[in-house]
Design a protein around this ligand. Structure first.
Ligand SMILES: Nc1ncnc2c1ncn2[C@@H]1O[C@H](COP(=O)(O)OP(=O)(O)OP(=O)(O)O)[C@@H](O)[C@H]1O
Ligand SMILES: Cc1ncc(CO)c(N)n1
Length: 290
């Protein structure tokens, strides 16, 4: 089919498939070739939660379950062009940031978020990978607190990240609350300090949520496993998916907590090191219950 007729058909197909209400989420983060963390974990999580996933890649990492073998940041222009391509056409309902690598990229990302007026922003202040490789330059920490946190609906540091961002030492639940208060001063609407890095011998993992008024603790059974590669990315992208679907911040965090619990419980054990979590575990279990 050629010319006018094919154009008419194309228009009909396009119109029939119009679904402007599909929840859309963007991840601005690094690529993990191993597929368990970064952009790959985020897109898998969005997909599993019925959210259309989009990405702006900040850096490519050569990575597997054994560690990070190479880090190749993209130029600021390349990051900005990806974000603008999405903002200028598809639009989004929520976004998350993960590995941002440099102060220049952080400031450019913050500028584009402000430009498009995006409010449903989850900031996962990724600093180091599980094996200790640097995913954020030390001099970029200040750019997170001054440029990005004021734009965040929710910030999700783990305990070491909360220490770096606040300059406080964290040894107890009281310290975690103090760090959460400190983080609120940088301007986010909500702080979630994740407890995965607390003492291994504890039977529970406690994530602390602070909204500037009250503290809520989410306690879950600690799973004794080495297969926790990408837990932080997966958790923050599940929160982002919840926000994209119109859930409240509290509901999104609660759902994300269950999502990551199932993903760790059913982890895949592939590779020779810290294996990835199981992104389809949540859907599989809900299908069984239904
Ligand atoms: N062993 C575990 N058992 C149960 N839940 C866990 C465990 N480890 C982490 N979690 C949960 O996973 C989520 C991510 O927490 P974690 O502290 O591991 O983040 P992270 O250090 O940022 O992850 P990453 O190493 O991927 O950057 C939190 O909700 C936390 O409670
Ligand atoms: C690309 C990337 N982002 C985040 C993390 C943290 O888990 C990682 N290991 N790799």
């Amino acid at each position: 089919m050629k010319g006018e007729a094919s154009e008419t058909l194309m228009n009909q197909v396009t119109d029939a498939n119009q679904n402007q209400n599909v929840p859309r989420a963007l991840t601005i983060a690094g690529s993990d070739s191993g597929g368990g963390a970064g952009i790959q974990a985020d897109i898998k999580t969005f997909q599993e939660l019925d959210v259309f996933g989009m990405s702006a890649i900040t850096a490519v990492t050569a990575q597997n379950t054994l560690g990070v073998h190479g880090v190749y940041p993209l130029t600021v222009d390349a990051v900005v062009q990806q974000i603008d391509a999405i903002g200028g056409d598809l639009g989004l309902d929520a976004l998350k940031t993960g590995m941002l690598f440099s102060a220049e990229i952080i400031r450019a990302v913050a500028d584009r978020i402000s430009h498009f007026g995006w409010r449903q922003v989850v900031v996962d202040p990724v600093m180091v990978a599980k094996g200790g490789a640097k995913l954020l330059q030390s001099e970029a920490v200040e750019a997170i607190t001054s440029s990005l946190l004021p734009l965040a609906r929710i910030v999700t540091p783990n305990i070491p990240e909360a220490e770096v961002l606040t300059g406080l030492q964290i040894n107890s639940m009281t310290d975690i609350r103090e760090a959460a208060r400190h983080l609120m001063d940088f301007g986010p609407s909500m702080v979630v300090i994740k407890g995965g890095h607390a003492a291994e011998d504890q039977e529970e993992v406690v994530d602390l949520v602070y909204d500037g008024r009250s503290f809520t603790e989410f306690a879950h059974t600690r799973i004794h496993t080495v297969h926790t590669h990408g837990t932080g990315c997966t958790f923050s992208s599940a929160i982002t998916a919840g926000l994209a679907k119109g859930m409240s911040a509290e509901e999104s965090i609660k759902m994300a907590r269950t999502y990551i619990q199932f993903a760790i419980e059913d982890s895949l054990g592939i590779g020779g090191g810290h294996g990835p979590t199981n992104h389809w575990a949540y859907r599989r279990r809900l299908e069984i219950v239904r």
